[in-house]
Write a protein that binds this ligand. Structure first.
Ligand code: ADP
Ligand code: MG
Length: 296
């Protein structure tokens, strides 16, 4: 039986027809892998416009989770940017929160990298360029996303030409503000997100600058830090000390100019790390990325 098919907030079924499930199930962190949310296609009856409906089951959420959910909604209401998914409507009830969002039909960056079979630095630079603009926008508003990863970057459309990786400058959007926070009310206190991607200043419980992981994320699709131990202490120590490597074979095909950008983004001291706008004008994003296939 599919969960959450019984959608109950008042009025939603009058206004929308609810359709098939979206997204690829993945085995990751429970909180960030659709453990509490199901996303479905839906159609607004009055306009015939298609949207995505994120349905969050509140039954299994504790008080803290509910506060986090309210935060997700309030942050989403504040963001209006072409590279960030737009929230169109909210339906709330005792047991479910339903968010009506732009329908992004091009799938996750994660899946596109795999399906495409090859991924060039030019492709990576195109994605990175869009992500950095979105992060700059959030940064200016003191909003931190805290769950940047290839499952949370979606394409608006499937490419008409199968050989093209990214069609257009506004074709990729950041989704899932489930772990986002605002710095306006002071520094964020709890480290959260998928642990391998967490920024060192989050671990130090200081304000964070969100461009930490986007380089490795987009270039090789996995986090720069990794430790098999379930206990996070070692992983977090690695991150704080910026002890990362660029392992073979995944990084073998990555150019020095791309690695230069990544290294500058992984500097632990946020004051010395490149700002988003400095990153955007790095030569790799200014047309120097190559068309050659990367190592993996
Ligand atoms: P969770 O908090 O459970 O990770 P997300 O908001 O990331 O929830 O959504 C889970 C998955 O559902 C995404 O990885 C994506 O595949 C799909 N999805 C989410 N939002 C949309 C959307 N607006 N359009 C299309 N698919 C979406
Ligand atoms: Mg997600």
């Amino acid at each position: 039986k599919e969960p959450f098919t019984n959608i109950n907030p008042v009025g939603i079924k009058e206004q929308y027809s609810i359709g098939v499930k979206l997204g690829t199930p993945k085995q990751t962190n429970k909180k960030t892998s659709g453990g509490f949310a199901v996303v479905r296609k839906c159609k607004e009856k009055s306009t015939n416009i298609m949207y995505a409906l994120k349905i969050i089951n509140k039954k299994n959420l504790d008080k803290g989770d509910l506060v986090t959910l309210e935060k997700e909604v309030s942050i989403m209401r504040q963001v209006h940017h072409d590279n960030i998914v737009k929230l169109h409507n909210v339906f709330d009830s005792k047991s479910k929160m339903c968010l009506v969002l732009d329908l992004l039909e091009g799938g996750e960056l994660f899946d596109r990298i795999i399906d495409h079979g090859h991924f060039t630095e030019k492709n990576a630079a195109q994605c990175f360029g869009q992500l950095i603009i979105a992060l700059e926008y959030l940064h200016e508003r003191q909003i931190v996303h805290r769950d940047l990863k290839p499952e949370n970057l979606l394409f608006v459309n499937k490419c008409k030409n199968k050989d093209v990786f990214v069609e257009g400058e506004w074709n990729m959007k950041l989704i899932d503000f489930g772990l986002a926070g605002s710095l306006k009310s002071g520094p964020l206190k709890t480290p959260c997100g998928t642990p391998n991607y967490v920024a060192p200043e989050i671990l130090r419980k200081e304000n964070m600058v969100p461009r930490w992981i986007c380089g490795p994320l987009v270039l090789c699709g996995f986090p720069p830090f990794y430790d098999e131990n379930e206990d996070m202490t070692r992983l977090y120590r690695q991150i704080k000390e910026a002890r990362y490597d660029m392992p073979s074979p995944h990084w073998d095909g990555v150019s020095d100019i791309a690695k230069d950008l990544v290294k500058k983004l992984l500097i632990t001291d946020p004051a010395k790390r490149l700002t988003s706008s400095q990153a955007a004008s790095h030569p790799w994003l200014r047309g120097k990325a190559s068309d050659q296939k990367m190592g993996t």
